[in-house]
Design a protein around this ligand. Structure first.
Ligand code: SAH
Length: 387
């Protein structure tokens, strides 16, 4: 196996629980292609084994602290089995959830999502790609899926010198898969839908809001209606709003699938819609804001914060007395403290008195490692208008 030598600063990252070592901290680069390599410190002391990505700024990703580990089929089988076992309890409430959350499951750059009897994977580093066959073998032997699809159409792969392909890796995978989630059913679209076919990361938040929803409900940024479907269980009337007509067609289909008739589907820009409803002094008993990441880069953060504040401020104003707002952000660059600060500022400007009922984070299947900030991105809060 090839080997890499890392600087003291690089070695310290592993000591501090972060698996990435950047290009600038690799003082002896492995003289060979992507794959697994031994990693040594400057004095030659073995530190462990890492995935090596020759083209990436993230050169090394820790696989195993044991320098004698052998990274073969059995190693991948054991690592994936451990991640899968952590999710056992989820199968009671849903048939779709993340089985491997990359660094959060100590398997850097690998994503595996389960949709019923099918799997969707994302291989996000050059080093990992070298183990594609071992990973697929492990998934087949552990889970016996009917099909495995690679949704490798993610921009991160370009930084690794990898292509952007959607590729069937095993068996067959249909265009649509019915997802069951806390009593609701909806269709995921593994080949073409957002992410790997649906937003699995908000599953428990959707169930929470579904339990407390009532009256007139509004789901902004609804996509295929997954929050709206839960709202519709207890609310009288639900407006599912999205800028995408195609997403709303699917939301409507999902309402029919659940025998629900209390949905209304509105194609609009959420910013304009909220502003117009505010002008009319409309009121809602329940509102959900689950926007796309407004801050895709750190530089975009100031503008993103203004956007988050604006929709939250308007939603707060639209709440009836006692009304509930579930609000979320999936921007990695918006930290938890900044998210709370933004909500406080929105509450102050809203003229309403808003109670923080619950702070929400990531579900069990998207483990957020405290030493690896990149594994965490979802923040959420359930708020209530006091008057
Ligand atoms: N809440 C969804 C996921 C939302 S994804 C779920 O739980 O499954 C974000 C959605 O916001 C996308 O469907 C996108 O079409 C929509 N969107 C993006 N910008 C928008 C805007 N300005 N107004 C309304 N919808 C928007």
């Amino acid at each position: 196996m090839l080997s890499a030598t890392v600087s003291t600063k690089g070695a310290r990252r592993w000591d501090n629980g972060h698996p990435w070592i950047y290009r600038s901290d690799v003082i002896g680069r492995p003289d060979g292609p992507a794959g697994a390599v031994h990693v040594n410190d400057q004095r030659g002391k073995p530190l462990g084994i890492a995935l090596w990505s020759p083209q990436s700024e993230i050169s090394l990703r820790l696989l195993d602290r044991n320098p004698d580990a052998i990274i073969n089929g059995a190693w991948w089988h054991a690592a994936i089995a451990k991640a899968v076992a952590r999710r056992n309890s989820l199968a009671r409430d849903a048939n779709a959830y993340r089985l491997v959350h990359g660094e959060g499951d100590l398997i850097p750059s690998l994503i595996v999502d389960r949709y019923d009897q099918w799997l969707v994977v994302q291989l996000m580093s050059a080093g990992l790609e070298q183990f594609r066959a071992d990973i697929i073998d492990a998934l087949r032997s552990l889970l016996a899926p009917t099909g495995i699809l690679a949704r490798n159409d993610v921009s991160l792969r370009a930084k690794e010198g990898l292509g952007n392909d959607v590729e069937l890796l095993h068996g067959t995978v249909p265009d649509e898969i019915e997802v069951h989630e806390h009593g609701i059913r909806y269709l995921a679209a593994p080949w073409r839908g957002q992410k790997t076919g649906a937003f699995l990361d908000q599953r428990e938040n959707r169930a929470l809001v579904g339990r407390v929803a009532r009256g007139r409900a509004l789901d902004c940024f609804s996509y295929h209606g997954s929050f709206a479907l839960h709202l519709a269980q207890h609310a009288d009337q639900v407006t599912a709003l999205d800028a995408s007509a195609h997403a709303l067609t699917r939301a409507e289909e999902n309402f029919r699938r659940n025998g629900l008739t209390n949905g209304e589907f509105v194609e609009a820009n959420a910013f304009e819609y909220l502003k117009a409803r505010e002008r009319e002094r409309a009121q809602f008993e329940t509102i959900v804001l689950d926007p796309p990441a407004f801050a895709k880069t750190r530089n975009a953060l100031p503008a993103a914060l203004r956007g988050y504040k604006e929709i939250n401020l308007r939603a707060m104003r639209l709440l009836s007395p006692g009304g509930l707002l579930f609000t979320a952000s999936c921007s990695f660059h918006l930290s938890k403290p900044l998210f709370m600060e933004m909500l406080e500022a929105a509450a102050a400007d809203s003229g309403r008195r808003i109670v923080l009922r619950e702070i929400r984070g990531q579900p069990l299947d998207h483990p957020e490692l405290l030493t690896v900030p990149e594994t965490g991105y979802i923040k959420g809060a359930l708020l209530e208008a006091m008057d």
